[in-house]
Design a protein around this ligand. Structure first.
Ligand SMILES: Cc1ncc(COP(=O)(O)O)c(C=O)c1O
Length: 418
């Protein structure tokens, strides 16, 4: 554990400057068609810094074993998992690592949670999902209808927000569950989660938050928001492919999860079926520590919050720059909320007149701009905006390693798309 102790010491540790981060990401050296690749695919998954790659390799070289064994590599594996829970607790602002469970990805964890909830939900109980959400925060809860639950869908507005009046109208004493995204992976919209927490609590409903798109761009604080469950995915914040479930203390222990006889009954273990990806978990801890290295303050939590605020400021500036450039192009329509208000993640989705979204993404990809075109699994967003006929939207995501130069080159390339 000694090589991590500088994160607890705080001030005396060196703070890194964000503009120097690119040299930490080996994959950014990639060239496409003679030009440097520009990774704008962060919402689909970010690149990983060397520290994460080395932590994964280090685990395989030194400590590769199954958990809970009576020998040194197994003990080190247990320590790796425990340390990663603590690191994730700091990232989430949670009281302890005991609130943090791991799984293959967010979707698998959400389905596991849904199967557990299906055993306590009663016919006539109501479940609320939204049109602004990724299918991973809809599909698992839609399945509760098979157990007699009534599923209600909250509309979104044409300018890319959740229709909060519709949410208010759908909430009632029958509502048992509200599943809502913190930020839309299609439009970047940040939802008013403190308000939604208050409204859901007034009717006694559980709040399940999909923070997958929010977590890479803003500091999370589960103690202040107090969701019942919150999910995110480490591969969206510079880590490996691991899903993370936060459960309010005391809640997961009560749920009848799928679980084998020898498996612990207690949180956070009772939803973790089978052997975890230990090497990837070593990488998750390294990703959290990597982010923290850009922040100042006493202790890991303060450094993380400071670092996330700096990352957000950098990303917001680039997103605003791109937004301004694209807004001046007559053949481009940008969807969603404006930037600069704190109510949008640095994710910019647009349509190009006369070009199908997947074609636009492919043409940009050939020039080394990695962007997505389509529905990004946020199918009901595309349906609500009536964009199916043009193949959805083109999505540009800004991450900590993107630069002004990349944004300007991308804007030029989009200008030439017509
Ligand atoms: C907002 C949002 N929720 C959920 C998911 C699903 O995450 P995972 O791939 O970890 O299952 C994604 C992935 O793109 C996402 O963007």
């Amino acid at each position: 554990m000694s090589h991590f102790s500088h994160f607890e010491k705080g001030r005396d540790a060196q703070v890194k400057q964000l503009h120097e981060c690119r040299s930490d990401f080996p994959s950014l050296e990639r060239m496409v068609a003679g030009k440097p690749a520009a990774y704008f695919d962060g919402p689909g998954g970010t690149q990983v810094p060397r520290a994460v790659i080395e932590a994964i390799t280090h685990y395989y070289v030194t400590s590769n074993a199954n958990a809970h064994g009576p020998f040194v590599t197994s003990r080190e594996t247990d320590e790796t998992v425990d340390r990663t829970r603590e690191r994730m607790a700091a990232f989430l602002g949670a009281v302890s690592g005991e609130t943090v469970s791991f799984g293959a990805n967010m979707t698998s964890l959400a389905f596991s949670l849904s199967r557990a909830i299906s055993r306590v939900i009663r016919p006539g109980d109501e479940v609320i999902v939204t049109a602004l959400d990724h299918e991973a925060n809809r599909g698992p809860w839609l399945r509760l209808a098979e157990h007699g639950a009534v599923v209600r869908n909250v509309r979104m507005t044409q300018d890319g927000r959740l229709d909060l009046d519709d949410l208010r109208a759908q909430l009632s004493s029958r509502t048992k569950l509200v599943a809502v995204g913190y930020s839309s992976n299609a439009l970047g919209t940040v939802n008013d989660l403190p308000l939604i927490r208050r409204l859901s609590r007034e009717v006694g409903a559980w709040l399940i938050v999909d923070a997958v798109h929010y977590a890479p761009h803003f500091p999370l604080d589960v103690q202040s928001l107090d969701p019942d469950f919150l999910l995110c995915s480490a591969y969206k914040f510079y880590g490996p492919h691991v899903g993370i479930l936060y459960a309010r203390p005391g809640l997961l222990d009560q749920l009848p999860t799928d679980k084998l006889r020898p498996q612990s009954d207690e949180a956070p273990y009772r939803i973790e079926t089978g052997t975890l990806n230990f090497a990837a978990l070593a990488g998750v801890a390294a990703a959290v520590e990597y982010i923290a290295s850009y922040g100042e303050g006493d202790g890991l939590r303060r450094r993380l919050v400071d670092a996330m605020n700096r990352i957000h400021a950098h990303e917001e500036q680039l997103a605003s720059r791109l937004y301004a450039a694209l807004s001046s192009l007559p053949h481009v329509t940008v969807y969603g909320q404006p930037f600069g208000t704190g109510l949008r993640a640095p994710t910019l989705s647009f349509a190009v007149e006369g070009v199908q979204a997947p074609d636009a993404a492919r043409l940009l990809g050939e020039q080394g701009f990695f962007v997505w075109g389509g529905h990004f699994y946020a199918m009901s967003v595309i349906e609500s905006l009536g964009l199916e006929s043009q193949g959805g939207l083109v999505r540009v995501g800004i991450s900590m390693y993107n630069t002004e130069e990349e944004v300007d080159r991308l804007a030029e390339a989009i200008g030439r798309l017509r």
